[in-house]
Design a protein around this ligand. Structure first.
Ligand SMILES: Nc1ncnc2c1ncn2[C@@H]1O[C@H](COP(=O)(O)OP(=O)(O)O)[C@@H](O)[C@H]1O
Ligand SMILES: [Mg+2]
Length: 322
């Protein structure tokens, strides 16, 4: 075991630089523009109690099936007076792929953004309940959201490479963390990890935006994993891609599971069935004209898609609704 164990998370996330494309977009309902290594401006907080062990966790050691990374306890998220999603309790397991599915507007993206405090960037958003990450409250007073977003990275719906070279896209996160050495190796490792290396190794100085959509999304995944997060959150990462590029990303997601814990939002049920280990099905409850998302059922993906416990899940997965 390494000695990282007791080190508080340190280092900074990419800074919000206003007009610079590196700035995370406001993650509003339709915004998918934040960077893969997204994070707000902030200062390093060495007092952060959030002790993280990503290096160890990636060390290839034995992982008990069902080791918990996140424990959500009665989590609700409101935008102003509108409760978008309510009372969600579920655990997210280590090196699992957890899919969040359900009809549009049921709060999948909202809930996903709770897991790395992206909702902090939405002024009207309020999170109630507890999001426990490795035993610590992610919303505790001394936790630095900038550090959180370093260990819990995010990939968005629409590929959003920076208008920089392929190399600089991947090196961006490590550089903002102050890493200067072995950058070539870091970039290569991340691009290999994102199954993109062979396609770009001879044109690392080309603009990231010159790549195809599927390659751009893999570049965004490379950018997210270059800072060696523990968790990668993905919000409909294939929805802007053609079927072949989609299958490549799905293959990649399955590979990433060896090293990362992945939570993926998808509106594509076949995709959830193909890639995930666990599936959470959300639905919308309408009461007095107000629509609030709720967790209907959470179980092994196989169970959800073969013998769901709730009629609403069955209706949804069989295409009768949604
Ligand atoms: N930034 C925001 N400000 C206000 N309301 C929002 C915001 N983001 C999402 N919502 C609302 O929260 C609800 C859930 O949205 P969302 O999480 O995007 O659902 P899904 O991803 O399942 O489609 C919707 O009613 C949506 O309009
Ligand atoms: Mg969404």
């Amino acid at each position: 075991m390494t000695t990282d164990k007791d080190a508080p998370i340190s280092g900074e996330m990419p800074r919000n630089e206003g007009t610079d494309a590196t700035a995370p977009a406001d993650p509003g309902p339709d915004a998918d523009g934040g960077p893969g290594t997204g994070g707000a401006a902030g200062t390093e907080n060495l007092d952060s109690p959030l002790h993280l062990r990503p290096a160890e966790l990636r060390g290839g050691g034995e992982v008990e099936h069902r080791d918990k990374v996140f424990e959500l306890r009665k989590v609700s998220v409101s935008y102003g007076s509108h409760r978008a999603v309510g009372d969600v309790s579920m655990d997210v397991f280590q090196r699992n792929i957890t899919a969040l599915i359900g009809p549009s507007g049921c709060g999948k993206s909202t809930l996903l953004r709770c897991l790395n405090r992206m909702n902090d960037l939405v002024p009207s958003a309020r999170v109630d309940g507890e999001v426990i990450y490795h035993g610590e409250n992610l919303y505790g007073p001394r936790v630095d959201p900038v550090q959180v977003r370093k260990v819990i990275g995010m990939v968005f719906q629409k590929p959003n490479p920076f208008p920089k070279s392929i190399y600089d896209n991947v090196a961006f996160g490590p550089r903002t963390m102050g890493i200067k050495q072995n950058m070539d190796d870091i970039v290569e490792e991340a691009l290999r990890g994102a199954a993109l290396w062979d396609e770009v190794k001879d044109k690392l100085t080309s603009n990231g935006l010159s790549l195809s959509g599927g390659q751009q999304q893999r570049l965004c995944i490379a950018r997210a994993i270059a800072v060696k997060p523990e968790v990668v959150l993905m919000d409909e990462p294939c929805s802007a891609l053609d079927p072949i590029a989609t299958l490549k990303i799905e293959d990649l997601i399955r590979q990433l599971k060896d090293e990362y814990t992945i939570v993926i939002v998808t509106h594509n049920m076949q995709q959830a069935a193909r890639v995930s280990d666990m599936t959470a099905f959300f639905s919308v409850r309408t009461s007095e004209g107000k629509r609030t998302g709720e967790l209907v059922e959470y179980d092994d993906t196989e169970k959800i898609f073969s013998t769901p416990a709730d009629r609403r899940t069955e209706d949804y997965i069989s295409g009768r609704f949604g």
